[in-house]
Design a protein around this ligand. Sequence first.
Ligand SMILES: *[C@@H]1O[C@H](CO)[C@@H](O)[C@H](O)[C@H]1NC(C)=O
Ligand SMILES: *[C@@H]1O[C@H](CO)[C@@H](O)[C@H](O)[C@H]1NC(C)=O
Length: 255
Amino acid sequence: MRGFSHLPVFVGVAWLFSGVQCDVSCKGTDGHPGEAGAPGRNGWPGVKGDKGDAGTLTDGPGGSDVLLRIKGEKGSRGEQGDLGPKGYQGDLGSPGLPGKPGLPGPDGKRVVRGQQSDQDGDQSAFSVIRNITTYPSFSQTVKGWVEVVNIPGHFKTSTGEFICNISGVYYFNFHSVAKVSVCLAIVSNTLENKLVFCDYSKGGEQVLSGGVVLQLTAGDKVWLESHRDLQGANVNADTQSKQIIFNGFLIFTAQ
Ligand SMILES: *[C@@H]1O[C@H](CO)[C@@H](O)[C@H](O)[C@H]1NC(C)=O
Ligand SMILES: *[C@@H]1O[C@H](CO)[C@@H](O)[C@H](O)[C@H]1NC(C)=O
């Protein structure tokens, strides 16, 4: 580069020497060297060099790929960030499992069945008459009854027994009219003793009555029995008219 910029100077000097005509005897003194020229301009920037070789690990287990694989130590935990904004409301979940059964409730109040108006089963009443002249046999159930009322039929005329079908409290009574001494007993499997009622006739017509309130459960029985007490031996043979009426009815149901 530098030689190129000096070229016009050498050309000028060559023209100067070639244009002078001189003898062999011609002698002159040497000329003074010319002054140094001004420095040339800066050259163009060089082209970019080639990429250098990859560096190597000087004090480690392997090459650069190892460097990439070696993990650094875990940093310390950062401070907790601020609470984020509240999210959107989620979808409704599926229904849960059924809960356990609750504790049993308190005992119910007793309902008196008799207060229910149209229940046929709550009715029980009878009135039966014995209108035969033969004296009722001692120690036997009085029979020979004719029904006046028997609703719904708990009195059995065939056996002379009332058979309770609705547990409850009942009233039973009887009246007899006779001209001989009569003893009648109200008897029930629920009674320890027979309830004996006696009347001793002195010849005229006598009325005998007896009654009792009993608490019965279904299946209990009530009947009348002829009872021997102080009657004379002749009463069995008496054929005078005698009437017995036997009544019973449910006052109210009870278990
Ligand atoms: C009882 O029988 C007599 C005759 O045997 C009769 O006159 C009377 O009316 C009868 N009484 C009843 C309540 O059935
Ligand atoms: C009560 O009456 C019903 C219906 O007639 C009958 O089935 C049942 O055996 C009776 N119970 C008693 C104890 O008589």
